[in-house]
Design a protein around this ligand. Structure first.
Ligand code: PLP
Length: 381
């Protein structure tokens, strides 16, 4: 087998290592510039506030927004909650109907479910065999009392990149607020809030080589979103709580690097992911690709993502022999609650007699790691 440092990390859709350049940018904000960004009466607070302001500007510019359209949160789960529950609460007098899709992240589905338990009506649209939601289905599901459509940009399990601009145009045409969970796409593929016709977008730092526990919600100017966390009135009242200044600085640095290196990252991730997929196809066993074809339809799939189902004993042997390779059976987000992936079941997969693995390749993945992973699969068989 190829000499390679073990264990190997191939789960970049779950989280990414913090880029050392990001870590270095954050470091002084733990020790030297530790002030509270809300302390307005001294230099410690001013320094922290300046760092937050600069970071807000960097992140806003990267997504085609203005700084006042960015609300910092603790991550995409909180951003999804704020977007969905906040919109529902603020617009309940206009209507109580919300549209989403079966393959959404649990942060979206469970926020909708909670609203469903409190008097809102939720339409959960099906997805097609590759995980796409049809904008025609969305248009057909809209009613006079529809206030919100929430459809993710890139799927964390099967990599499907939705036609967000088209869905956004449908929503705008009908005066319905449109939220997208862009957790998996921000910094990975181009994202411009204006061009994509979105009113709200959830972001997080830890999927883009930034720190965990910090994210943001883009809220288009003049949108009506009720705060879900009350307290000191931070973030113009949209989300109270002392700001995570080092985290925010790291988030901005991660976004800045991702914007500069995006083309290289995309090419790198695609080439290793495709090598892995070609290698799996030459194992000589029956497999099923979940999500769009990376080779013939690369623009429609997240660059580093691959999700494959293996059948019967072969699947168990392969999964068992990947003990030195960190891959995901399902996703980190659903494996906390266990059970068969709701995303795979939304594609119509039965869940029995198959082992489905998600591979996530990233900025620091090496070709030798793909060779090693394929060697493990071959020797398992
Ligand atoms: C699509 C998607 N949405 C939301 C989340 C939750 O993000 P966070 O870990 O920042 O709360 C994740 C990742 O776990 C994700 O992949």
């Amino acid at each position: 087998m190829t000499a390679v440092k073990l264990p190997i990390y191939l789960d970049y859709n779950a989280t990414t290592p913090c880029d050392s350049r990001v870590f270095e940018a954050m470091r002084p904000y733990f020790t030297e510039f530790f002030g509270n960004a809300a302390s307005s009466s001294h230099i410690f607070g001013w320094q922290a506030r300046a760092a937050v302001d600069n970071s807000r500007k960097t992140i806003a510019e990267a997504i085609g927004a203005t700084p006042d359209e960015i609300v910092f949160t603790s991550g995409a789960t909180e951003s999804d909650n704020l977007a969905i529950k906040g919109t529902a609460e603020a617009n309940a007098a206009r209507g109580r109907h919300i549209i989403t899709a079966a393959s959404e992240h649990k942060a979206v589905l469970d926020s909708c479910k909670h609203l469903g338990d409190t008097g809102f009506e939720i339409t959960i649209l099906p997805v097609d065999a590759e995980g796409f939601v049809s904008s025609d289905d969305i248009a057909a599901a809209m009613r006079n009392d529809t206030i919100l459509v929430t459809i993710m940009h890139g799927n964390n399990e099967i990599g499907t990149i939705q036609n967000i601009a088209e869905i956004g145009a449908v929503c705008r045409g009908r005066g319905v607020i449109f939220h997208t969970d862009a957790t998996q796409t921000i910094g990975k593929i181009p994202f411009n809030a204006v061009e994509l016709n979105v009113d709200m977008a959830s972001l997080t730092a830890h999927k883009v080589y930034g720190p965990k526990g910090v994210g943001a919600l883009y809220i288009r100017k003049n949108s009506n979103v009720a705060a879900q966390t009350h307290g000191g009135g931070h973030e113009s009242g949209a989300r109270s709580g002392t700001l995570n200044v080092p985290g925010i600085v790291g988030f901005a640095k991660a976004i800045e690097i991702a914007a500069l290196e995006m083309q290289r990252d995309i090419a790198h991730c695609r080439s290793l992911r495709d090598k892995l997929w070609n290698g799996i196809q030459s194992l000589g066993i029956e497999t099923r690709l979940n999500g769009p074809d990376p080779i013939t339809n690369p623009e429609k799939r997240l660059p580093g993502n691959l999700n494959v189902s293996f059948y019967g004993d072969a699947g168990e042997l392969i999964a068992g022999n990947l003990f030195n390779v960190a891959v995901s059976a399902g996703s980190a987000c659903t494996s906390a609650s266990g059970g068969f992936s709701h995303v795979l079941s939304s594609l119509g997969l039965p869940g029995s007699n198959m082992t489905s693995l998600r591979f996530g390749v990233g900025r620091f993945s090496l070709e030798e790691e793909i060779d090693y992973t394929l060697d493990c699969m071959r020797s398992a068989l």
